[in-house]
Design a protein around this ligand. Structure first.
Ligand code: SF4
Ligand code: SF4
Length: 195
């Protein structure tokens, strides 16, 4: 089975926010929670770059290692998911994650932390595929439908790539070759090159 990965081509990202909106609308993400963000560095200056960031579904995910109740797990295709029936909202995964991916909506009117939410790679969650529970807790399951993640599908400039690691690495390599630059994919060393 191929390994699923994200790759954001920073030479193509135009900071339009289409990926963020697609994710929020497509999965009915509550106000205050963002599974994906666009970060801009050197804004308005020479060398300005924007990067679309979400959970990278790391090879050796630190969030899984620190979770005290084993709420996080990794599928065979590399997608990292959270079981919201098990998560206790302790926040350890937030501190372990190098990409700031875990989000914690407020749990009640006293502001207690709710269970963690993060990018699912549009693969739903541990509930039965296409069930009401899966949709309510985790959003759409596009991977089970054989579709690509929403954010990458909606990216107008095809800056955001998502899918089989070898395929997207080849696309990026070919682009870099044509541009004569861009050999290093942002975040890949941190997310995927752990021993
Ligand atoms: S990006 Fe963060 S939340 Fe996602 S797998 Fe890596 S450590 Fe876990
Ligand atoms: S893969 Fe799906 S859940 Fe993850 S950021 Fe993209 S649209 Fe959101």
């Amino acid at each position: 089975m191929g390994r699923m990965r994200f790759l954001c081509d920073v030479d193509r990202c135009i900071d339009c926010g289409g990926c963020v909106v697609a994710c929020k609308e497509g999965h009915q993400i509550p106000v205050g929670v963002n599974r994906r963000r666009v970060i801009t560095i050197n804004e308005g200056k020479p060398g300005e770059k924007s990067i679309s960031v979400a959970c990278m579904h790391c090879s050796d995910a630190p969030c899984i290692a620190v979770c005290p109740v084993d709420a996080l797990y990794q599928r065979e295709d590399g997608i990292v998911l959270v079981n919201k029936d098990v998560c206790i909202g302790c926040g350890y995964c937030f501190f372990a994650c190098p990409f700031g991916a875990p989000q914690f909506p407020k749990g009640n009117s006293f502001g207690a932390r709710g269970v963690m939410d993060k990018c699912t790679f549009c693969a739903g969650g541990p509930a039965e595929n296409f069930s009401d529970k899966e949709k309510r807790l985790y959003g759409q399951n596009r991977i089970a439908e054989g579709k690509a993640p929403l954010c990458a599908s909606m990216c107008a400039t095809k800056a955001l790539l998502a899918g089989d690691a070898d395929k997207i690495a080849n696309i990026y390599r070919e682009r870099g070759f044509k541009r004569g630059s861009g050999a290093n994919a942002w975040g890949w060393d941190k997310a995927y090159n752990k021993k």
